[in-house]
Write a protein that binds this ligand. Sequence first.
Ligand SMILES: Cc1cc2nc3c(=O)[nH]c(=O)nc-3n(C[C@H](O)[C@H](O)[C@H](O)COP(=O)(O)O)c2cc1C
Length: 454
Amino acid sequence: MIWTNDPTRLMAVAGMGAAYALVCLAPILRVRRKRLAAERAKAEAAASPGWIIAHASQTGNAEELAQQTLATLKLAGIPARLAELSELTEQDLQSAERILFLVSTYGEGDAPDAAAAFSGRLMTSTLALPQLHYAVLALGDKSYAQYCGFGRALDQWLQAQGAQSLFPRVEVDRSSAAAIAQWRQQLSHLAGTSDAPDWSAPAFDEWRLSERVQLNAGSAGAPVYHLELEPASGTLPDWQSGDLVQVAAPADPSRAREYSIASIPADGRVHLLVRLHTHGDGSHGVASGWLTQQAALGQSVQLRLRAHKRFRLEGNAERPLILIGNGSGIAGLRGHLKARALAGQGRNWLLFGERNAAHDYHYRAELDGWQRDGLLEKLDMVFSRDQAERRYVQDRLTEQASTLREWIAAGAAIYICGSLEGMAAGVDAALELALGRTQLDDLAATGRYRRDVY
Ligand SMILES: Cc1cc2nc3c(=O)[nH]c(=O)nc-3n(C[C@H](O)[C@H](O)[C@H](O)COP(=O)(O)O)c2cc1C
């Protein structure tokens, strides 16, 4: 060892020692700084009131994406909560700092039913929202004239109230995977994470076509078929009345078609009602043509069940039910009537419209049986062409406005299934006439006015 008393050399050695210590400590300090910063960010996130993920959905697509959005934020350690758009109050909007809106469009550019009150009341008022940072995922279908109409209107309204968008609105045409990936990417960017959970939709299962019967031979309308399907695996999955299936036709597997389920699990099979669609040039609809004309009995069908929470009985299971529909809309209503029969709940009123009693009285024997057994308290069948002037369910409803008010006063819930044009719009107008718009909006917001219309 070399020992020295020379002060200059001693200083040099001390300097080298300090530099060496710094070199050794730097990475430790860097890691510590990073850890402190991460802890600070986490503490800030935890102290902030959290993000709101607000959804407005009719058949559940926007809600499903909202749940996936929540999972992505949670994974990044960001506190967030789901809310139905209709639950948001003025105070929520004025105090929240970040809201992600996932909304679909219905009718002709309208909000989904449950968001009618939000759209009609809040979005027609003026609020100061300078503190709010938001983003909009708008779901729609380009074949409609008002593409993503509600999502666009919501975005414009938020802008006009001074809210600041986190990134430009993302529009999703018929569940386009590319647009959903874009939303997911924006989220990951905001949340500072790259490991977003898997968002892929559940796969289709193999089912078999077990039965097919035309219900309306000789009808003035297009043929309607009753179909029964069984899972190829032999294990029947669970579902609730009101739910839907998606069917992928072999000629166009990328665009699944949705049908209301007309049965309950106790039936052991999925029943569907499919009307054969014929285009102007005489060709058949891809899915309806395949299911009703081409597929042979026993043939395999790619199908998946989809929960349709907004059309389920849920909190209405104990209430009287007013079921209104037309045409193939009897499918969704039959599912509910079957569930009610199974539960021994007889306070049901069915108002149903078709063309002629002689050909279009679908499931007549079954309906008669339920009436006889006290499981269908009131039945109004309205056949539009059985008399000189045309008559529809909405006309019958208007005639029975006082009975309708009595049922609503007794706590009844209203379910509508069938065509949007003509039926659903006419029934909505008749309901408004009988109950007033405010009460109808309240019924929609509280889940007592539910629609599966197309
Ligand atoms: C009866 C009906 C009306 C619709 N009207 C529109 C519309 O006006 N504009 C639009 O962009 N999409 C429209 N759509 C498409 C839906 O917005 C689209 O299917 C969306 O994915 C549904 O999402 P949800 O399940 O969250 O409600 C309509 C769909 C149906 C069944």
